[in-house]
Ligand binder design. Structure first.
Ligand code: AMP
Length: 412
């Protein structure tokens, strides 16, 4: 299929061609016509499938078809909700590049940054707003965000919204938008918990699902290392010295884990940056920019902070800790090996993570090849370590986020 067949405005086609997009991806082929027809959509797709353009292009097209956007005055007609700030910024950048040859404007608002400049932009009027839920509600309460003219509401990465505890905010936002609107709901996974929500906010939706997760895993050259928990750091250094070539995104489960690994790698003279939920937005963006620009070749992150971030040319994903949700493993490794190039992924498995491997292999229908020859093998008889639960976290620090104000301890 060619983009021409999707009946998009010439000025959008020009921008798409400048971006080097030759043909629509599968999700774009399926979603764009539905959105253009005004249908609600449930899209089961993860980052890397081209889902941003799948909703952004038809939204822009519909605004263009609605007449001269300058003359009719600037109102927010499309609202895109994103769980993380990085993802929100990325979506805004996509809108801006697609809208380059139009006079449609977009902006992004998120927490962790001063609200004043965001108020100023909203006051001047814009067409498309990309927002994280908490900050959007703040702006609404202060009467800087007016939902009256919203025609399309996009809920992106809905499963992550659920994981991060934003789903109630999303419901509130849906309610303040006009009843007559188009809703586009995207999620990498579709937990059963969504059924009630999608039934209540979507009308007769078109369900579009792309890339069964197992196929993503097949395009990645995966390796598994069994290693005692206490030896993971050494094994990581060993791999960085001897095996890993190119840039690497390392996943750890907790903020504490990310920081500990970062300190160790810095001590070992590696250039490394990190990204997690307790870092300020500026710091997170700085880290990401440095990694994307190739100034540092190692980025360490927690899942939630790094999920959805589009990093081109990622050579290696290292699962320092294995995720307890098998889909998360597939998201992580799905970031490497884009554009038909085979990426590499390594995973460390300690005695207490063996069940996770079983679940991952069941989901992907792939037996991950095990590397037996390495300096820190795990004794097959080793039992999982049991930790005593401490009350509260001694690692809680940093800026006061909405979550911490509500006395929720962040772990991502
Ligand atoms: P997304 O899934 O929206 O995060 O997109 C993943 C990456 O694919 C981004 O870098 C997009 O710029 C790129 N992309 C999206 N659609 C296309 C297309 N039709 N052809 C080539 N690249 C695309």
């Amino acid at each position: 299929m060619h983009f021409l067949e999707l009946k998009l405005h010439a000025n959008l086609l020009k921008a798409i061609s400048e971006l080097g997009y030759k043909e629509p991806t599968i999700i774009q082929e399926k979603v764009i016509p539905c959105v253009l027809h005004g249908k609600d959509v449930i899209g089961s797709a993860q980052t890397g499938t081209g889902k941003t353009a799948a909703f952004a292009l038809p939204i822009l097209q519909r605004i263009l078809a609605g007449g001269n956007v300058v003359k009719r005055g600037k109102h927010v007609t499309a609202l895109i909700l994103s769980p993380t700030r990085e993802l929100a910024v990325q979506i805004d950048q996509s809108f801006k590049s697609f809208a380059k040859y139009t006079n449609i404007t977009s902006t992004v608002v998120y927490g962790g940054m001063s609200i004043e400049p965001q108020k100023d932009v909203l006051k001047k009027g814009i067409d498309i707003l990309i927002a994280t839920p908490g900050r959007l509600l703040d702006l609404y309460k202060q009467e800087y965000f007016d939902p009256t003219y919203i025609e399309t509401l996009v809920i992106d990465e809905a499963d992550l919204m659920l994981d991060m505890g934003f789903i109630d905010d999303v419901k509130k936002i849906e309610k303040i938008c006009p009843t007559e609107k188009q809703v586009l709901f995207f999620s990498a996974t579709m937990p059963d918990k969504f059924e009630g929500l999608t039934n209540s906010i979507l009308r007769n939706p078109e369900v579009v699902s792309v890339a069964p997760r197992s196929s993503v895993a097949k395009s990645v050259d995966q390796k598994l290392y069994y290693v005692p928990k206490a030896k993971k750091m050494e094994l990581c250094l060993h791999l960085l010295r001897n095996t890993i070539k190119g840039n690497v995104l390392i996943f750890r489960r907790t903020i504490f884990g990310v920081e500990k690994l970062e300190q160790t790698l810095l001590k070992n003279k590696y250039k490394v940056v990190s990204i997690h939920g307790d870092k300020s937005q500026t710091k997170r963006q700085e880290a990401l920019d440095q990694f994307k620009a190739g100034e540092v070749s190692i980025l360490i992150g927690t899942d939630v902070a790094s999920r959805g971030i589009d990093i081109e040319n990622l050579d290696v994903v290292l699962n320092f800790d294995l995720p307890n949700i098998p889909e998360t493993y597939v998201h992580r490794i799905g970031r490497t090996g884009r554009a038909n190039e085979k990426g590499k992924s390594y995973a460390f498995c300690s005695a207490d993570e063996k069940d996770y491997v079983v679940a991952i292999q069941k989901l992907t229908h792939i037996t991950i090849p095990v590397v037996e020859e390495h300096p820190y093998p795990l004794d097959p008889a080793e039992k999982p370590q049991v930790h005593k639960k401490k009350s509260g976290s001694k690692h809680k620090k940093g800026r006061k986020s909405e979550a911490s104000k509500k006395k929720k301890t962040r772990w991502y």
